[in-house]
Design a protein around this ligand. Sequence first.
Ligand SMILES: C[S@@+](CC[C@H](N)C(=O)[O-])C[C@H]1O[C@@H](n2cnc3c(N)ncnc32)[C@H](O)[C@@H]1O
Length: 275
Amino acid sequence: MQIPGDVLAVLTDDRTIISGDRVQIPFHLDDLLYMRVNRMLVDVGGRWDGRKAVRAHVFPFHVESFLTACLAAGEWPSTYDRAWYPSPPPVVHEVLEHAGIQPGTTVLEPSAGTGSIAGPATGRGGIVDCVEIDTRRVQALRKQGAARSVTEGDFLDLDPLAVETGYRLVVMNPPFATAIEHVMHALGFMADDGTLVAVMPEYITWHTDRATREFRELIARADGEIKPLPDNSFKVSGTQMRTVLVILDGEPGGPLPTHGWLQRQPRQLDLFAIA
Ligand SMILES: C[S@@+](CC[C@H](N)C(=O)[O-])C[C@H]1O[C@@H](n2cnc3c(N)ncnc32)[C@H](O)[C@@H]1O
């Protein structure tokens, strides 16, 4: 949902304090504007606590980083908004711990949102390229300035072979509804000995449709790992969807359809044609 301009102005005002689990607006708003600000903060999960010692909207979670991402994008998540569920800090920590970024590591974040993963990945020394389909989030990413490049567009339309070499790391939290498609496509951007760490919906562990079964088989053949994330990991971002981390380590000649694997395909087809 887009944050109305006047509400955004209040929340980004230098005098507004967004810290820990609360938001304090220590200046006067007219009734109508107050109602609009209040409506958004309540929608995000806050509750007005009028006690003299508090006088703030208090949230049942650490709202600071989440609200900062919302204000940067000028919106807050709604189910209909291209499934923007920013990764909360504990999830980002988990992703990056498994990714093991070294200074200078090339990293792809192919559904980057406002940079909840990409920013800290750069902070750990990664050289990060981002892709994001939503214009406002692209603007927020560019403003964040953490990524080496930000491509606006549909990641699924990008050709993996348009990049010269595969990325050492792919870190991602793709839209849940098309998560398998996104992860399979992302493997084509990964170096043969690279690593992919993806946040995915927990139902990939038990759905029985063909695509999900084949995906699980691929994970097993590649000795990949599926690690449950704690329940309600994304509650602060507006969804109770259960999630897992999928960790895939490539190896030259291994079963994953990596960048090198894709590059080898035309030659194999040529050989086949000669035979
Ligand atoms: C679940 S959010 C996660 C955002 C970010 N990765 C994070 O962890 O905070 C998914 C993001 O993917 C973006 N997205 C959806 N479909 C996309 C596509 N086809 N290509 C690129 N980005 C896409 C959405 O706009 C949204 O920002």
